[in-house]
Design a protein around this ligand. Structure first.
Ligand code: MG
Length: 282
């Protein structure tokens, strides 16, 4: 358990704050207490199938009122990167509607016509089909040699019952396999585009911040790359067993069985928290 408070708290969402449509134990009281203590709280997700408004609505409905501005996900990072670095590019997003809506909203041109496409964006797309793969194939192999980028590097998205769904890495791999091209950039954790977005949202020195998540390869690595403290919660994807054989330099600073253990022990009494109370959403 940490023995200090930080100025900034970055939280992954799935498996850290909630799982499916339920807040995880202690999440609500922790976030409320941090806000009361005027700590900066930012939520971060690699999932591009929702936009920040959707996340804000979901968190608010679960009892954790949150403005969209406190949520950064790959819809935001992808759109902002393109607007800043390739504003005139025509893109073909293999994605669901929230990313397309954000791109259009930012004035970025979308096309399904291969000779027009400059950048193919592989994403988490539950309507993925052969037709889309053919468009990406033609765009990359055609005279324009479209570039390949991805919203996020995740192989699958975990579900509460241990199941899951194929994520953007599967779509990226399909495009790479048939074009012999590699994906040159992604916009999620632990990549530099997402880390810069997090740093800009916090506007704090990294050593005053802690990033908490349930995945070693995205969340904990992102914290390390950003030079922030890292906390792994065991309420999502990582099982405690897998921690035994990771090298020391990849080990998170804190390992927590529930997210509210981020609060230093000495604060629990004044907050009137009891460890044995599992009271959700309080
Ligand atoms: Mg997660």
């Amino acid at each position: 358990m940490p023995d200090r408070l930080y100025a900034g708290y970055v939280f992954d969402l799935d498996g850290t704050i909630y799982l499916g449509s339920e807040l995880l134990p202690g999440a609500a009281r922790l976030v409320r207490a941090l806000r009361d203590m005027e700590r900066k709280v930012v939520f971060v997700s690699n999932n591009p199938t929702l936009d920040p408004e959707d996340y804000a609505r979901k968190l608010s409905e679960l009892g954790l009122p949150t403005p969209a501005s406190a949520v950064i996900n790959t819809v935001v990072t992808t759109t902002e990167w393109l607007a800043a670095n390739a504003p005139d590019a025509t893109v073909f997003p293999i994605s669901e509607e929230p990313l397309k809506r954000a791109l259009r909203g930012r004035g970025i041109r979308i096309s399904e016509d291969p000779p027009e496409i400059d950048i193919v964006i592989a994403s988490y797309d539950r309507q993925f089909e052969y037709r889309k793969l053919q468009i990406a194939f033609d765009a990359i192999r055609g005279d324009r040699h479209a570039r390949l980028m991805a919203t996020n590097p995740d192989r699958f998205c975990p579900f509460p019952d241990g199941r899951g769904e194929p994520d953007a890495a599967a779509i990226t791999a399909a495009v790479q396999a048939c074009t012999d091209t590699s994906c040159e950039l992604h916009f999620g954790k632990p990549g530099p585009v997402m880390l810069n977005a997090i740093a800009a949202a916090l506007a704090l020195a990294p050593e005053d911040c802690v990033l908490t998540g349930d995945r070693l390869t995205t969340d904990i690595q992102a914290a390390r790359e950003a030079a922030m403290a890292s906390a792994l919660v065991l309420t999502g994807e990582t099982d405690p067993q897998s921690l035994t054989d990771i090298p020391d330099q990849h080990r998170p600073d804190y390992v927590l069985d529930r997210v509210d253990r981020l609060m230093p022990a000495e604060r629990w009494a004044e907050l009137q928290w009891r460890a044995e109370t599992d009271a959700p959403a309080t």
